[in-house]
Design a protein around this ligand. Structure first.
Ligand code: XMP
Length: 393
């Protein structure tokens, strides 16, 4: 209702159904022909009752049946995937993220053991992430997941690298080498699963590709060599994030995994400013886990989020290469600092810093300083994007 535009005169046959301070005709309808129009945005999350308004229009007025359910999406996808890949083997790289996990689970539902699932542990994962992914796939779904422990390789390559751009390049390059080896070991399957979702398709304004279109994999997996070419399987291509989550739950993926917040490809590396050592990563991981747990307890992150809460899209800890003086008991300390970052955003292009309750921030700071060795100070980042970015690197 914040628009400056307004309708001054209604078309013939219409009558006014709602009014607002901004607009003499906030909603109108031709009741005989069952035509309706609104001046505001029922689809926007902040519109009270917006979803109900859309439901009434689509279901009650237009007479559509709500058959687009997780189950029907799964059924259709399974058929489509089977038709596309036949008896061939299909490779998927799971990252622990929601999209790649749900895509993998869906393809597994369709083709079972023809799926080769690879998970690269690069040492830059969040607390318990590897275990969670392994359990979700092997125990919950029965997928034979190949975990490649590449921690040492990544840490060797990253030794002494502190420049943010260089970090990203080294991680990308190392990932490609490791994944390429995994593909070769798996006998170079002809198909590769991608967790592309509908907003990615809209954002890149990609002309809709044919399902079987062959692409060079380097366009999609951050630069795989040219001689490895795959056909893409993109089972989430027409789904929005909430649909992806619903499908994930219906497929039996655990709630914690399905409701995880987004996590950047380079992982904790871009949140561990300065030298990347196992020790510093462990420190960061511990602080991050405390912050996340406290937010989840309050229903500010994850599935328990309150319905009308503006929503923290991302919240995490950042380890700063800054030492400051503190006092613990009677002892002077000289240790590093952690910055907490929490943002509200719909599109991640712009973001506002989240107004977290002081008590919550206080509790998190206390817990981090008391429970995480090497940290004696906690700060809260109150810059929005722009001018800052969400991540620190
Ligand atoms: P920034 O820091 O640019 O982040 O405001 C916007 C969103 O993108 C995520 N991000 C990444 N995701 N690979 C990814 O897959 C990356 O290299 C990367 N860098 C940032 C970030 O977490 C935020 O959600």
């Amino acid at each position: 209702m914040s628009h400056g535009d307004r309708i001054e005169t209604m078309p013939d046959g219409f009558e006014r159904l709602a009014v607002s301070p901004n607009s003499p005709y906030a909603a109108m309808g031709d009741l005989k022909r069952a035509y309706f129009g609104v001046q505001f945005h029922p689809e926007v999350r902040h519109t009270p009752g917006g979803l109900e308004l859309l439901r009434r229009f689509v279901v009650d007025i237009c007479g559509c049946e709500p058959t687009w359910t997780a189950e029907s999406i799964i059924e259709q996808s399974v058929e489509r995937i089977r038709a596309q890949v036949g008896n061939e083997r299909v490779l998927v790289g799971v990252s622990g993220g929601v999209d790649s996990s749900v895509a993998a689970a869906l393809v597994f539902r369709a083709i079972g053991d023809q799926l080769v699932a690879v998970f690269v542990d690069n040492g830059l994962l969040r607390k318990d992430e590897r275990l969670q992914v392994e359990q979700a796939f092997t125990q919950n779904l029965g997928v034979e997941l190949i975990t490649i422990d590449a921690i040492e390789e990544f840490m060797d390559e990253l030794e002494g690298v502190t420049d943010p751009e260089k970090k990203r390049k080294v991680i990308g390059r190392t990932f490609i080498r490791v994944f390429e080896q995994a593909a070769l070991n798996a006998g170079n399957p002809g198909f590769l699963v991608q967790g592309t979702i509908y907003p990615d398709v809209i954002e890149s304004s990609a002309p809709d590709r044919n399902k079987g279109h062959v692409i060079k994999s380097h366009h999609n997996v951050g630069g795989l060599p040219e001689d490895l070419s795959f056909q893409l399987v993109e089972p989430l291509r027409y789904l929005f994030k909430d649909e992806v989550r619903a499908v994930g739950e219906a497929l039996g993926l655990p709630v914690e995994l399905v409701w995880r917040q987004p996590f950047p490809g380079p992982g904790l590396a871009v949140r561990c400013l300065g030298d990347l050592t196992m020790q510093r990563l462990a420190t960061l991981r511990a602080a991050d886990a405390i912050f996340t747990a406290e937010l989840e307890k309050e229903g500010l992150l994850g599935k328990r989020r309150k319905a009308d809460d503006p929503g923290i899209a991302q919240a995490f800890a950042v380890l700063l290469p800054v030492k400051s003086v503190g006092v613990m008991g009677d002892v002077r300390t000289y240790q590093e600092a952690v910055a907490l970052r929490a943002v509200a955003t719909d599109d991640f292009m712009t973001a506002d810093w989240a107004r977290l309750p002081y008590d919550l921030l206080g509790r998190v700071a206390n817990r981090i300083v008391n429970e995480v060795p090497g940290i004696n100070r906690v700060t809260y980042d109150i810059t929005s994007k722009p001018p800052a970015t969400i991540e620190w690197e």
